[in-house]
Write a protein of this length. Structure first.
Length: 362
């Protein structure tokens, strides 16, 4: 198991207000980077890589400050919890298994124990901090790079779906069908009869972050006109799967890797990935089901071998966007992000009314 080193004993005393509103995205991002170091123990070297990715983007952040109007503040979200959010969401068992705070092991409860998990996923949307606003306006390629910057990886679609369904099953991708559209249709047809939400078989109002709004001047995809009007991550404590993964429904949608061949499966160590699949968002309800497992994404994990970083391309445009990361519980070989080696592939950005796309890492 990878030993986690950081100032974890101090996080309960950190103010929960998160990054204060600032005059620019760059200032807001710097406040967020400091929070990632303080709360999750992200190293200075990792933050240096992350900063370069954000700076190259120009748009990536917690929303355009000029137009973003969040429906709930971190202080208001804290008032909904019985104790300090950093303490409330800490799980000692998960940390022993995953080696880092705020990650959850993925496994099949029918045949396995949490300790049997071979992969863990971020409990919240990136930056994976309780009561932090999700990062949006991130290209699929940038999302993959951000996972790699922390020694994680982007997750495959079946990993995200397993986190939402409460059981990580063996992948059953229909590679023989040849196209993402045909694969998705077959998957949905197979699982539609057993569809459910992360918290149960019926949709319930007010359980997840699904009450936000579109900016009045938003035309459907403008960075200058569309605010990322998201809720703080973890503001809805009942919005989680039985595996302890939060906000898979509602808030921002998330990038996920949909492999089109076995050689594109990130979960098997591939460094060349398939197409982007977007999962989950506040403005999608029954239509958000993907094969009976509520839609959203957040998976990245430690590198499973050497070579170039993954190529992560947009396969379709859907509203919303954010990712959560997944990682292996054991230490795996590392490597640099290798920006220069990534081909010009996967540069498209999923744009929505309210702003952008990101991921969850494994």
């Amino acid at each position: 198991m990878r030993k986690w080193v950081g100032v974890l004993g101090l996080v309960v005393s950190v103010a929960l207000s998160g990054p204060a509103p600032a005059a620019s995205i760059a200032e807001n991002n710097e406040a967020m980077f400091a929070q990632m170091q303080r709360v999750r123990g992200v190293s200075a070297a990792q933050i240096s890589k992350i900063r370069k990715i954000f700076q190259a983007s120009g748009w990536a952040g917690q929303g355009n400050p000029a137009v973003t109007r969040h429906p709930m503040s971190p202080e208001q979200a804290q008032a909904r919890l019985p104790q300090n959010a950093y303490s409330y969401y800490r799980n000692a068992q998960f940390e022993r298994i995953c080696g880092r705070p705020y990650m959850a092991p993925l496994y099949d409860p029918a045949t396995q124990r949490p300790e049997d998990a071979k992969v863990c996923v971020d409990m919240f949307e990136y930056p994976n901090i309780p009561l932090a606003y999700p990062v949006t306006w991130v290209r699929a390629r940038e999302a993959a790079e951000l996972c790699w910057a922390e020694g994680k990886r982007i997750g495959d679609a079946h990993e995200w779906e397993g986190a939402a369904a409460g059981a990580l099953l063996e992948p059953d991708y229909r590679f023989d069908l040849g196209t993402p559209q045909a694969m998705r249709a077959a998957h949905n047809a197979k699982y539609w009869p057993s569809r459910s939400w992360t918290y149960g078989p019926q949709w319930r109002s007010g359980i997840c972050a699904q009450g936000s709004y579109k900016s009045s001047g938003c035309n459907g995809g403008s960075f200058s006109g569309c605010g990322s009007n998201t809720y703080p991550a973890g503001a809805f404590p009942d919005c989680h799967s039985s595996l302890g993964v939060y906000d898979l429904e509602g808030n921002a949608a998330e990038h996920m890797n949909l492999p089109l061949a076995p050689s594109q499966m990130a979960s098997r160590g591939s460094t060349t990935l398939g197409v982007t699949e977007m999962k989950g968002s506040w403005f999608i309800r029954q239509s958000a089901f993907l094969g009976g497992r509520s839609g959203a994404a957040r998976v990245c994990s430690p590198r499973q071998g050497g070579g170039d970083p993954p190529i992560y391309s947009e396969g379709r445009q859907m509203p919303g966007g954010l990712i959560k990361s997944v990682r292996q519980p054991t230490t795996m070989p590392g490597g640099t992000t290798g920006d220069a080696r990534i081909r010009a592939f996967g540069d498209s950005m999923c744009r929505k009314s309210g702003g952008g796309a990101f991921e969850r890492c494994v």
